[in-house]
Design a binder for this molecule. Sequence first.
Ligand SMILES: Cc1cc2nc3c(=O)[nH]c(=O)nc-3n(C[C@H](O)[C@H](O)[C@H](O)COP(=O)(O)OP(=O)(O)OC[C@H]3O[C@@H](n4cnc5c(N)ncnc54)[C@H](O)[C@@H]3O)c2cc1C
Length: 398
Amino acid sequence: VKNHVSIIGAGINGLLTAFYIANYHPELHITIYEADSHPVDNKDNKGTTLGSKDARHVTGSESICFESSVHHEALRNHPNSVNPGWLLKGEKDLSPDELDWRDKFEKLYTHKSEINDLDYAHARLNYRGLEGWHNLANEYPEINKHFLSKDFVEVYFESEDSFLDDLKMEKDFCSKYYPDQSVRQANNPKLKNTYESHLLVPGMSLRVKSLALSLIKILESKPQVDFHWNRIIENTTGMKSNVIIWTIGSTHKQPAQYQEQHIQGIVGCWATIKNPGYTKPFKIASPVPSAYINLTPDAGSLHVSGGFGWLGNCTDRSEVERLSEPVAKHLIDQIQKFLDVKVGLSDIEYCIRPSTPNGLPLMKAENRGDKKHIYISGSSKSGTTHAPILSQFVLDQI
Ligand SMILES: Cc1cc2nc3c(=O)[nH]c(=O)nc-3n(C[C@H](O)[C@H](O)[C@H](O)COP(=O)(O)OP(=O)(O)OC[C@H]3O[C@@H](n4cnc5c(N)ncnc54)[C@H](O)[C@@H]3O)c2cc1C
């Protein structure tokens, strides 16, 4: 059937893409298939967007690629080892797909010790994403209302050296890709065990789950859009649409066709604790596996996220918890080093980032038989930040 597109996956990427298509091509019929049930009735959504906490940062920070932030051997070392790594499964438990992903992870890098092409690629996409979200917030009040802040995010560092390194890098990225704004520095840190100056980087924070719910509501009100909840798509045989958009991430078992796209899971941890009085979003650059800890105040709550560990293919929820414990424990130690708040292992929830082997997004279109398949996913650390870019990519393809 011409004039009909199908979107598989109702995370931020699937929903924003549907919103773009509905606005720019109102003549197209859109069917959205989602494996989980409607989020209003369901507290057990597994997806990265609908199954985690209601906060994300959108900044040019965290541009540093996997290669520069960890090391080539990261997927061969467990988080507790002397060289902290991201390997969560036992070596002998890795499947052929997982070994293949690791091989790609290790071979895709530039092997340069200074800031490299991959870092610049991440930075460019992050700033384009930031610009995209600003444009959306300016244009649509129903999107704007989910932003908690839109001016800057504070970034704290443990030492003068790491502060100075980051300042140089962030200024370089920002002047290249976001020249109208600048990275600033400020004194008077409010955090213990951090260097006396910190940075203010252009950035935003948003309630991503609330935004996703609003997008669902807006789309449900459009006559040309249909949702099918509880529908796990295993293959597209018999699907009537001539364009199929895959945004399924890595939280469910992937169909064979999708495994070729090499999107696997990298775990992160979340805790929502009582807000002791913070008013602005901030980050703390801490060592891996915790890495940047993101903190987002929302009235009486403070959402805290951080941590990286390679989970590979979709893994059973109880296994995710067991395997990810070293990452969670590291994060808890880091949180307590900087904040006077109590966080225990039982406060931690796990969330899985869909990721390509080098963390840059998958944006691909191909014809298979009489259908066009478009794949968008895998922006590792910046999957929410890049959503406007991925949605625009789809728009350009249809
Ligand atoms: C701890 C943590 C902190 C993060 N912080 C940030 C941040 O500050 N800034 C930022 O930019 N990004 C951040 N991210 C990354 C970002 O949250 C994700 O990249 C993003 O939410 C992914 O959205 P998505 O739509 O691609 O995937 P998902 O939200 O996972 O959506 C995919 C959907 O597809 C459905 N699905 C799967 N298989 C099928 C199937 N076969 N048939 C039908 N439906 C299917 C799933 O149920 C799911 O709802 C963070 C991630 C984590 C884990």
